[in-house]
Ligand binder design. Structure first.
Ligand code: OFO
Length: 170
């Protein structure tokens, strides 16, 4: 059994993770349409990761005998006017997702819900890594992305990224 507010927060987090997946799919499409297939690949893998996060939260609700509530996923409404914008948007988005997970953690902590805190530990670490990855990509774009040859090499590097399923087992 979980506290109702905790279940509500986690159900809302499921929606945010699916939205993240959708948002990154939109960014992936943007880069593929510009023939930056490496950037397209990088965000396509982000999409897979976010889908996996949503499913982990979903499984946690199910495993605790609670009801999963699936709400409508908002359409990604961003229009990008240059190659840097999706990178900046994604960093801001990751920071907001970290804050959202911290809010669930704070609720669980207040309730001495150690089981949920332990479950969330993986996500707290994962968000730290996600923010770092995104920040790193922003910085490398600033260094190399403005020069066409640098952009070509960065795109080629991002094309090599492959998907690894989350290590968390629920
Ligand atoms: Fe779900 O990890 Fe990023 O947002």
């Amino acid at each position: 059994m979980l506290n109702k507010k905790t279940v509500d927060l986690i159900n809302s987090q499921i929606n945010k993770e699916f939205y993240s997946s959708y948002l990154y799919l939109d960014m992936s499409n943007y880069y593929y349409a510009k023939n930056l297939n490496g950037f397209g690949n990088w965000f396509a893998i982000q999409t897979q990761e976010e889908y996996a996060h949503a499913m982990l939260f979903l499984k946690y609700v199910q495993n605790n005998g609670e009801t999963v509530t699936l709400n409508a996923i908002a359409a990604p409404d961003k229009a990008y006017s240059d190659f840097k914008q999706p990178l900046e948007t994604s960093l801001k988005h990751e920071i907001s997702i970290s804050a959202s997970i911290n809010d669930i953690y704070a609720e669980a902590h207040g309730l001495k819900d150690f089981k949920t805190m332990q479950f969330l530990n993986w996500f707290v670490k994962e968000q730290g890594e996600e923010e770092q990855k995104s920040d790193d990509l922003n910085k490398r774009f600033e260094l190399f992305g403005i020069d066409p040859r640098g952009l070509y090499l960065l795109d080629a590097e991002l094309a090599t990224r492959t998907y690894t399923a989350p290590s968390l087992v629920i």
